[in-house]
Structure formats: structure tokens, C-alpha cells
Ligand binder design. Structure first.
Ligand code: 5GP
Ligand code: MN
Length: 339
């Protein structure tokens, strides 16, 4: 194994210095954020630390099985205040933008808690911790956590391996996305030696769709628009559709990925108006367009090929901010041959 980077060494020293450690991830947590938290909490416990997980938002049904080893708490003012009083340090996973930890962010202002950030997003590369392990080349935050555990000399157990596998498959789209590389596959191969059942895990995380959600996807997909000479797909979801199907913002998960397979498409944008005047924009590139700078310019972020931003705007206003920028990116591509 190569020598740990100075940032990783600083992280190991951070863990050695603190006994009671609180972990958190971004609002509306995904499999990478949650799997990274669970694996890291189990590792910290194996090292003799107290570890507790507290997030802004609830755990989606697909991932509640990860919480069978240890509770994943959801923000509640009094309990969160007490958790901050009773901790020596905070580790923030899969996010390096302070605002994205949601209601925990104001608590950080009132409690002088040392922070370590472990993340793979490039858009806030400096991080807001005393220690920042930010590695944009990692396919998932779980891949960094896996490296940290191995460097510590601590044995990976079956439960840690399961949580890390969930982190890896969710962020790589089960090894389909452009962030998939030999490191991701080597990590998966090693995790499988710890007795995982990949078929069962895939079923567990992908078998939580409801009929309502599928009908909603059907409606939104049926109305897809092709712009820019069929190179940009635009999807819209209206407040009325969320209401009629009884769904929330998190239920759009996976929707924006579906039209990526239309031949010739460079990018997909989903404008999700969850409530009137509040639009979540999700963007996906099929590999040539870089979309995170566009998201970051509007206050969001993400990765080169998967990024997002929340806007106080109607769908029409959000379109007016995003689509001209995408037009510019597509024009810039025009000089390159289409693959
Ligand atoms: P999604 O479109 O699935 O919500 O997010 C795709 C990627 O963009 C994820 O890596 C996520 O972290 C990032 N992202 C989505 N929304 C926001 C946002 O409002 N702010 C920031 N900084 N990143 C976001
Ligand atoms: Mn991630």
C-alpha cells in the first residue's frame, strides 16, 4: 500500500485525539453518505471510540437496513443540541459545503467542535474542517473511507464491507458511471471476500419503488423534451404532480438518469418543482459536457457529470437560468466530432 497522504495522516491523528465522535452527511442522504457513515461508525467503535450518527434528513426506505447495526438519528432540535454538547468532534461525510449539512450547520456556530471532512466532491475543494480529506478522484466517499480503514490496520468486518459496498454501487450506478475505475472494481472484489451477497444487496436497495412513483416517472418521461438538435433532454415535474401522486422531492431519485441512454444525448436536466417557487435542478452528462461549474455558479455543486442546485424560482425561471448556459456548452462541443 502507498503511504497515506498528509491529509489522511492528519485524519488518523484527528481520530486518535478524540473519544466521542459524531458523524453526519448531507441533507437528503444517499447510499454513499449513509454507507460511509455506517462503515466509519463501525470502524470507530472497533477502535474503541464512541460513535453516533446524526443527519438533517430521514433515511430513505431503501437504506434503513443499514441502520440495524446502530441508530441513524434524524435532526430534532433538543436532541441535536445535546448530541453536540456530548461530543468531542464531528466527522462530515460526502459533503464539503457547510450549508449542505442542513440544520446541523447553525449548531456548529454555537458549539466549538473540531471538524473533519471526508468527501469526493470537487466544487468546494478546500473544505470547512480542521482536517479535510477531499479526493475528487474517488468514485465514492465510501472508497476514501475504505482506504482510511485499511490504512489504520483495523480488520474490515462483514458489516463495514456491506455498508461500503452500498456506498460504492450507489455512486457508481453499479459500476456504470464514468467515475467507475479499476480502484472501484478492486475495492468491490475485496469487499466481496467478506461474505457479502451482492444479489441480495442490489435487491435491497432497488426494491423500494411504489406504483405511484412509477406512474409519476411515466408521466414525467412521457413529456420529455429534446432540445439542441436532440442533444439535451429536459424533464419537468410540477408541484401538482408531486401532490397528486403523494410524493416528495427525494422520490425523483434515479429519474434524471433514465434518458441518458437516448442515442446522441449529451446531457439530461430535470427541473423538479417540489413546491411552488422551489425548484431542484438535477443535471447529468453522458461524458463530454461538464455540468458542475454551471451548478456551482448558481450556488449548487456536484461532480463533472452529475450535479445539482436548489433554486428559489418557478420552473420557467429555472429554465431561463440553466438552458442558455447549456446551449453555450453544447455550442462549444460542436467543434468536436460526435462520438
Ligand atoms: P442529484 O441531482 O442526484 O441530487 O445530485 C447529483 C450530484 O450533485 C450529487 O453529487 C450531489 O452531491 C450534487 N448536488 C445536488 N444538489 C446539490 C446542491 O444543491 N448543492 C450542491 N453543492 N451539490 C448538489
Ligand atoms: Mn458521494
Amino acid at each position: 500500500m502507498t503511504m497515506p497522504s498528509p491529509e489522511r495522516r492528519a485524519f488518523h491523528e484527528f481520530v486518535a485525539r478524540h473519544r466521542r465522535i459524531l458523524l453526519t452527511t448531507h441533507v437528503n442522504p444517499d447510499g454513499d453518505g449513509l454507507g460511509s457513515e455506517v462503515a466509519m461508525a463501525l470502524w470507530l467503535r472497533a477502535l474503541g471510540r464512541q460513535a453516533r450518527i446524526l443527519n438533517d434528513s430521514t433515511v430513505p426506505a431503501a437504506f434503513t437496513f443499514l441502520a440495524r447495526h446502530l441508530p441513524i438519528e434524524t435532526f430534532e432540535e433538543a436532541a441535536a443540541e445535546a448530541a453536540f454538547d456530548a461530543t468531542d468532534a464531528l466527522i462530515v461525510l460526502d459533503v464539503s459545503n457547510r450549508q449542505r449539512i442542513g440544520r446541523l450547520a447553525p449548531l456548529l456556530d454555537r458549539h466549538l467542535v473540531p471538524v473533519a471532512v471526508v468527501d469526493h466532491h470537487a466544487s468546494h475543494a478546500s473544505g470547512f474542517g480542521q482536517v479535510n480529506v477531499i479526493e475528487p478522484e474517488a468514485s465514492a466517499t465510501g472508497e476514501i473511507v475504505y482506504g482510511l480503514i485499511r490504512e489504520s490496520g483495523q480488520e474490515l468486518d462483514a458489516d463495514m464491507a456491506e455498508a461500503l459496498y452500498v456506498a460504492l454501487i450507489m455512486d457508481t450506478g453499479s459500476f456504470r458511471f464514468s467515475n467507475t475505475d479499476s480502484h472501484a472494481h478492486r475495492m468491490a472484489a475485496d469487499l466481496l471476500t467478506h461474505g457479502l451477497d451482492p444479489q441480495r444487496l442490489h435487491a435491497q436497495v432497488h426494491s423500494h419503488a411504489s406504483a405511484a412513483r412509477l406512474r409519476f416517472f411515466g408521466e414525467v418521461l412521457a413529456a420529455l423534451e429534446l432540445l439542441e438538435d436532440d442533444r439535451i433532454v429536459v424533464l419537468e415535474a410540477a408541484p401538482e404532480q408531486f401532490q397528486r401522486h403523494g410524493l416528495v422531492g427525494a422520490d425523483t431519485d434515479g429519474l434524471v438518469d433514465m434518458p441518458r441512454n437516448i442515442v446522441g444525448v449529451e446531457a439530461v436536466v430535470l427541473f423538479s418543482e417540489v413546491e411552488p417557487g422551489r425548484v431542484k435542478v438535477s443535471m447529468r452528462s453522458t461524458g463530454r459536457l461538464v455540468v458542475d461549474r454551471l451548478a456551482a455558479a448558481l450556488g449548487g455543486g456536484g461532480h463533472a457529470h452529475a450535479a445539482g442546485v436548489s433554486l428559489r424560482a418557478t420552473r420557467a425561471e429555472a429554465r431561463a437560468r440553466i438552458l442558455p448556459e447549456l446551449h453555450r456548452l453544447v455550442v462549444a462541443l460542436a467543434s468536436e466530432p460526435r462520438p
